[in-house]
Structure formats: structure tokens, C-alpha cells
Design a protein around this ligand. Sequence first.
Ligand SMILES: Cc1cc2nc3c(=O)[nH]c(=O)nc-3n(C[C@H](O)[C@H](O)[C@H](O)COP(=O)(O)OP(=O)(O)OC[C@H]3O[C@@H](n4cnc5c(N)ncnc54)[C@H](O)[C@@H]3O)c2cc1C
Length: 394
Amino acid sequence: MNFDISDEQKLLLDEVDRACKELRPFEDEAYLAGKFNQHLAPIFKKAQLLGLPISRRYGAGQGADVLSYALALERIGQEGTGVRTFLSGHISLGQVTIQKWANDEQKDRYLAPATRGEKIMCFGLTEPTAGSDPASLRTTFEDKGSYFLLNGSKAWISNGSIADVAVVFAYPKGKREGMSSFIVERDFEGYSSQQQKHKLGMPTSDTGSIFLDNCRVPKENLMGPPGKGLSIAFSGLMSGRLSVAAGCLGVIEDCIDEAVSYARQRVQHGKQIGKHQLIQRHLGEMSTSLEAAKNVVYKAALLKQKSDSNPDNKDLRDYADVMIAKAKYFASNASFDAADRTVQIFGSSGYSFETRAPRHLVDTRVCRIYEGTDEIMVQKIAVSLLGQDYEAYR
Ligand SMILES: Cc1cc2nc3c(=O)[nH]c(=O)nc-3n(C[C@H](O)[C@H](O)[C@H](O)COP(=O)(O)OP(=O)(O)OC[C@H]3O[C@@H](n4cnc5c(N)ncnc54)[C@H](O)[C@@H]3O)c2cc1C
């Protein structure tokens, strides 16, 4: 597989880099204030990044391929997991799922404003009692003739309290099969949301709950084939997991930059700490993990690209799905390890959120939980070796 960066990708990365540099002072300020970063959408909108992997047919869509989008998320990940999570919710989980499963009229209606940043998106699968086991969700829909009535709640949703549009999943009332997916607008009657407070990290991006209380959803907002909700959810998670893995590469890169610079400048026992071999050990470990993580993440991105272009090839899709699980599992653990090592190198300065490493430490921790926990990823990988009969979580 060829991971060489093309001239076109270099131009894109220059644009992403400019946007990231513009964002950083606002992100610093918001992080220390513990507040949502209001500049996220405007700055990424100005750089035309809010619809990067979406077809040029829709609004500000840029038609980037999967690897180019992953490279952009890698650079954005350097700015923090919260910054990248905003885009994962809005693009990878929201828009990419709509682009794959919605009909033409729905794509025209929702993708154009989303790519322009006029409508922010989210993906509501998780519920208070359904996380790793989404098939156990309790939200229901009822066919009322000219509309559907949705009831239930979604928890821990990225962009959940700021989103204008949510992709949500529900079972027919009274049934435990036939899950379907819907595009729901925050203005629909019976829809409300609430911000999740007291999070461990990511103070600058939004996480929220969504409440559907006799929510009236027009008939035309059923998305994809009825009864195919679980397949739609899993395809959204493939895109979301890859975005997590790509962002984690950026976290490791930022940690290495910070660690190298501090190891050159901090003097203890009469020399720069970078001259102490145990500090060098941390740098060697981080750099090696980064190379390994890049290879699995880029391979997963290219496989997803290939699978997206061959939607009827189930073997290819399964292969891409498992490679993405490996990429997410490996990169999220490597990023957490890199953040921990960098905090260690910084000593007590690494215990203050005024430096970047502890922010990465608390922020990137979520990458081992959301969009499939470490345990679920590892089991998925093991089942790809053992066979479906060994699926531990069914
Ligand atoms: C900041 C944040 C943002 C999020 N954003 C979104 C979003 O945008 N959209 C969305 O739908 N969800 C989102 N989530 C939810 C996230 O995907 C879930 O939290 C995750 O899937 C885990 O579910 P859970 O928290 O209910 O844990 P549980 O499923 O209750 O798991 C608890 C523990 O048990 C383990 N476990 C569960 N089942 C098994 C098993 N079969 N074998 C072994 N171990 C098992 C888990 O690995 C975990 O360690 C977000 C979560 C967070 C924290």
C-alpha cells in the first residue's frame, strides 16, 4: 500500500494547518476557562473543512477521499481530542452516514447546510441503558400515518446539546427487532437536549443528552431501508472509529513535539533531561508507537476507501471493519500512553493544564471508550480470527 502524500493532499494539509494555528489561541483560552470553544465551527467553516469528505454536489462539500480526510483529522488531532471530536460528530458520524444511507432529497436538504456549517450534526445511538450493546436500545417509533412518533432518550452524544440535526435509531414500538434510523431536527415538536456536565476531559467540545418525548418526525425523515437501523449504525461507527484513530495520531505527534522541546530545555543534575537515558526511553517508545499507529491507521483508511467503492463486496467490508477496529484500539492506547509519558517528562509542570500534555491525557482517554470500547474492539479482532460462532457479546 502506498502512503505517499500527494501534492493535492499537501495543499489540503496546508489549509488545515492554517485553520489549526488560527484556532489554537481560542482553544487555549476556552480550555483553561472550561468552556465550549465557540470558534470551532466558524474557523473550520472558513477553511471549508466542515464537509471535507462529502461530495462536491452538496454545499461546501470537498469530495476528499478517505485517506485525505484521515490526514486532515490527524493534523486536527494535534489541537486536542475535543476539537477533533467536534468534527467526528458533525462529519464522520453525522454527514458521512447521511451521505451513505439517505435518499437524494434528504441529502440535498441536510448535507448542503451541514457542509456550510449552518446546521451542526450528531449521531444518537447510545442510551442510558444501551452502550456497548446498541441492539438493546429502548427508543421506539410508532407509525402515525403522516408522521412517526419517537419516544426515548440518547446519552453521551458528541455535539448532543448543540446539534441542529441528529441521526437517531429506534425500534418499532413493542418490538425488539426491525431497528430503523431517522433524521431528526432540534425544532421538531417533542425534541429537547441537555449538555453533559462534569466530564473528565474535552471541556471545549460539547457532549449531551437528547430527549424524544412524543417527538413528531415527518414520514420523509426515515433514513435508509426500514429495519436496517443496526447496519446503518455499524456503518456510521466504521467512519467514526477511523476518525478517532486518525485524531489519535495527531495527539501522539503533539506529545512528541512537546516532550522533545521540554527535554532539550529542562536542566536537572547539571544537564538537559533529554540527556538522561530514561527520558530518552520515553521518546523512543512514543516515536516507535507513532510509526506503528500510522501504518495501521493509513491501511485502515485505504481499505475503507476501497470498500466504499465496492459496496457489494462483504469480505472487503469485513476486512476494512476489523482493520479500523485495530487502528482505533492501537492508536487510542498509543495516544494515551504518549500523553502519560509526556506528563512524566514534564514532571510537576505536566500536572498543570497550562501545559498541553495533561489536556491530552484526560481528553484522549475517551478514545478507549467511545465508538466501541477497548474490550469490544479486541473481541471484534479476536472473532475475526476465531469465527462468528465465538462472538462473545451476542
Ligand atoms: C465523551 C463521549 C462522547 C460520546 N459520543 C457519542 C456519540 O456521538 N454518539 C453515540 O451514540 N455515543 C457516544 N458516546 C457513547 C459511547 O459510544 C459509549 O459510552 C460506549 O459505547 C460504551 O458504552 P457504555 O458507556 O454504556 O459502557 P458499557 O457498555 O456499559 O460498558 C461498561 C464496561 O463493560 C465493558 N463491556 C461491555 N460489554 C462487554 C462485553 N461483551 N465483553 C467485555 N466487556 C464488555 C465495556 O468495555 C466497559 O469497560 C460517547 C461517550 C463519551 C464518553
